[in-house]
Design a protein around this ligand. Structure first.
Ligand SMILES: Nc1ncnc2c1ncn2[C@@H]1O[C@H](COP(=O)(O)OP(=O)(O)O)[C@@H](O)[C@H]1O
Ligand SMILES: [Mg+2]
Length: 209
């Protein structure tokens, strides 16, 4: 799916965390969000599937168009959005101490969709759908990068990362956030080797953050 973010602003009570974010994300691409702690990466990701507003006192303004449909339109049911737009976390598992099975099962259990044998089948089906079952079924761990590369065949991915090497290896495009604003966005290789903005250069060369 294509994602188009237009004039997105987000607040926690009166504190503004995102300022006029504009971004286009191509279908079946991997986009890495980078920037120092507190710059708004997590807030931005939560705005992409209507999770931000679940936080008490939190508010969103602006548009997020998914294949041309504004997920913030009055007619859209947030739960529907959340079921269709998943999240990729900084760690491979939402619950890092649990298995891949448990992590997938958790989402299904939370939605009250299945239990017992049915749950086992659904987890297998979900992993099959993500085309990774054959890769994970005999293994205890799976690297997030391999997972993203595989998922990219069917999904549009936006990922928050603190690991510059990881961003460099997996992301088509990289977005640099600072103080709730996008400072610079572009092809990953350009952002890392030829940034246009001084702040981006300082960040990717490790001068702060
Ligand atoms: N639940 C919250 N309540 C109030 N302020 C928050 C909350 N979560 C994040 N913030 C603030 O919003 C800003 C952006 O935070 P966040 O999106 O978590 O940044 P990042 O993920 O880049 O570290 C920060 O100033 C942070 O303190
Ligand atoms: Mg964060």
């Amino acid at each position: 799916m294509a994602i188009q973010v237009e004039h997105l602003n987000a607040w926690y009570d009166r504190t503004q965390a995102l300022h006029d974010i504009n971004l286009e994300i191509a279908p079946l691409s991997v986009t890495a969000l980078i920037g120092p702690s507190g710059c708004g990466k997590s807030t931005f990701v939560r705005c992409l599937n209507r999770l931000h507003e679940e936080i008490y006192g939190a508010r969103v303004q602006g548009k997020v168009l998914v294949d041309g449909v504004n997920i913030y339109a009055a007619s859209i049911i947030p739960m529907y959005v959340r079921r269709h737009i998943g999240m990729v976390f900084q760690q491979p598992n939402v619950l890092p101490t649990r298995s891949i099975f448990d992590n997938v099962a958790m989402g299904i259990r939370l939605n009250g969709l299945a239990s017992g044998k049915e749950l086992n089948d659904l987890v297998e089906h979900s992993l099959h759908q993500a085309a990774i079952w054959d890769e994970v079924k005999d293994r205890a761990t799976l690297q997030i990068e391999e997972l993203m590369t595989t998922l990219k065949r069917n999904y549009t991915i936006v990922v928050v990362t603190h690991n510059m090497q990881q961003a460099g290896r997996v992301a088509d495009r990289t977005v640099f956030f600072l103080s709730g604003r996008i400072i610079e966005e572009g092809e990953t290789s350009q952002i890392f080797s030829r940034p246009e903005k001084r702040e981006t250069e300082d960040y990717v060369t490790g001068r702060f953050g």
